[in-house]
Design a protein around this ligand. Structure first.
Ligand code: ATP
Length: 200
C-alpha cells in the first residue's frame, strides 16, 4: 500500500497535524497515514516532554474516527533517540511491498539536512513537504538516490504544540485548536498546568 509516515512529538496533537495529514492523504492518494509518536525526538533533547503514554493516547483520541489514520508505537517502544532513519528502515524491512511517504512541515524541512542520514531517509521514502507559517526552506540536495520531493499546500495554520502548552499553563482556552476528546483528556489528566505558586 501507499503508506504515509508522519513523525512528531505530538505534545499535544493539534488541528495543524490533522489537517496536514488529511491533505497529504488525499493529495498523494495514501491508503494510510501513521502518526509516529517520537519517544525521544533527537532535535528536542534536553527539553521537557509529556510522558509518551499520554502523547500516544492523545494521538489515538485525535485520529479516532478517520479510517485512513492510525497511531504507530514503533518509536515509543524503542529506547534511545527516535531517529527517523531507523524507523523508516524498520518499516521497509517489515513491509517490503509498501511505498513509503514521509510527511513533514516546512520547519522540519529546514532542519532535515541536520538529521541522521538524511540522504538515506530520502532514498527510502518520498518526502512530502507541507507549508507552515514562518518556515521557508530551500530544497536540500540529498544526493543521487533521493526520491523527488512532493509538495502539498494547506490553508496556513498557525497552531503549534508549544503555543498550546503556553496557553494551557496560563489557563487560557485551546478549544477548537485540538479535537474535543484531546481537550477533555488534557483536562482530565491535568496536563500542561504549571504548578501552583507556593503559598506563604
Ligand atoms: P512544538 O511547537 O512543540 O515544536 P509542533 O506543533 O511543531 O510542536 P511537532 O509534533 O513537533 O509539533 O510536529 C510534527 C510535524 O508536524 C513536524 O513536521 C511539523 O513541521 C508539522 N507541523 C506541526 N504543526 C504544523 C502546522 N501548524 N502547519 C504545518 N505543519 C505543522
Amino acid at each position: 500500500m501507499r503508506l504515509g509516515l508522519f513523525g512528531g512529538t505530538f505534545d499535544p496533537i493539534h488541528v495543524g497535524h490533522l489537517i496536514l495529514a488529511e491533505q497529504c492523504r488525499e493529495a498523494c492518494s495514501l491508503d494510510q497515514v501513521w502518526f509516529v509518536v517520537a519517544n525521544e525526538p533527537p532535535h528536542k533533547r534536553g527539553l521537557k516532554r509529556t510522558a509518551v503514554h499520554h502523547r500516544l493516547e492523545m494521538a489515538r483520541l485525535g485520529v479516532a474516527g478517520n479510517p485512513g489514520f492510525a497511531v504507530s508505537e514503533i518509536e515509543a517502544e524503542r529506547t534511545g533517540p527516535s531517529y527517523s532513519v531507523d524507523t523508516l528502515a524498520q518499516i521497509r524491512a517489515e513491509r517490503p511491498g509498501d511505498e513509503l511517504f514521509f510527511l513533514i512541515g516546512g520547519d522540519s524541512l529546514v532542519d532535515l539536512p541536520t538529521w541522521r542520514e538524511p540522504e538515506r531517509i530520502a532514498s527510502m521514502a518520498s518526502i512530502v513537504v507541507v507549508n507552515r507559517p514562518g518556515a521557508e526552506a530551500e530544497i536540500p540536495d540529498l544526493g543521487p538516490d533521493a526520491r523527488p520531493f512532493e509538495f502539498v499546500t494547506i490553508p496556513p495554520i498557525g497552531v503549534s504544540s508549544s503555543d498550546l502548552r503556553s496557553r494551557l499553563a496560563e489557563g487560557r482556552s485551546i478549544r477548537y485548536m485540538v479535537p474535543s476528546a484531546v481537550g477533555a483528556y488534557i483536562e482530565a489528566h491535568g496536563l500542561y498546568r504549571t504548578p501552583p505558586p507556593p503559598t506563604a
